[in-house]
Design a protein around this ligand. Structure first.
Ligand code: PGA
Length: 254
């Protein structure tokens, strides 16, 4: 039984104070939610991680980073290491988000190194994969997913595969209001799980949580979470408002 994960990716939004207010409101709205019904993760910008980690203490929320650099320390101006995230209170970290790949030069190889760094620091990687609209229209979706999953997770042990989180986020669905249909999402998720079984072994692949991301909102979460291989959601825009994210989590778990 895979416990679903709902992760709020705040991107470049919210100060520490705003994060605290969000946590307070979310906790009130979800006080009926039983702790084993879902894992809920918030990913604030680096500057709000420590404050958010303090704010969630004693609740069922945990905190994630949105990115990391794979070196431990050194002359890397502007970068943050896995160990620093951990020390600030994060338990997991988003890696290879399509915005990082498209705007900041992340590649499958840097994703692989970041995943290894996260594991080295004891953080759970949340590894994002997904095809662009061009790739989908060319019929390359599954090949792109294969390449991203294979290269990004290369070197992971079976146990690490079972414990990490993948997020399938079709690039054309992120921030566009256009989510994948149930058939599109279902096919991609089933394909990814099939590959995990082939490459890493069924016993581990059954534990990997595969989240869907891309224009998830209260109106479409029920259909998505109903799919066999969808184990939660990575939510951007609709997670900025505590009430709408609470509504997503509640609809998915009721
Ligand atoms: P969105 O973003 O929910 O705003 O589409 C999802 C994501 O980028 O993780």
């Amino acid at each position: 039984m895979r416990i679903p994960v709902f992760a709020a990716n705040w991107k470049m939004h919210k100060s520490g104070l705003e994060a605290m207010a969000w946590v307070r409101e979310f906790a009130l709205l979800t006080r009926e939610l039983s702790a084993d019904a879902a894992e809920v993760v918030i990913a604030p910008p680096f500057t709000a991680i420590a404050v958010a980690a303090e704010a969630v203490r004693g609740s069922h929320l945990t905190v994630a980073g949105q990115n990391l650099y794979f070196e431990r320390e050194g002359a890397f101006t502007g970068e943050v290491s896995a160990g620093m995230l951990k020390a600030a209170g994060a338990l997991s970290v988003i890696i290879g988000h399509s915005e990082r790949r498209r705007l900041f030069g992340d590649t499958d190889e840097s994703v692989r190194r970041k995943v290894a760094a996260a594991h080295g620091a004891g953080l759970t990687p949340i590894v994002c994969v997904g095809e662009t609209l061009d790739e989908r229209e060319r019929g390359d979706t599954l090949a792109v997913l294969d390449a991203q999953v294979r290269a990004g997770l290369d070197g992971c042990s079976g146990d690490q595969i079972g414990a990490l989180i993948l997020a399938y986020e079709p690039v054309w669905a992120i921030g566009t209001g256009r989510n994948a249909t149930a058939v599109e999402a279902g096919d991609a998720h089933a394909h990814i799980r099939r590959r995990l079984r082939e490459w890493f072994g069924g016993a581990y692949a059954e534990h990997t949580r595969i989240l869907y991301g891309g224009s998830v909102k209260p109106e479409n979460i029920r259909e998505l979470i109903g799919l066999a291989d969808v184990d939660g959601a990575l939510v951007g825009g609709a997670s900025l408002d505590a009430a709408s994210f609470a509504s997503i989590v509640k609809k998915a778990t009721s």
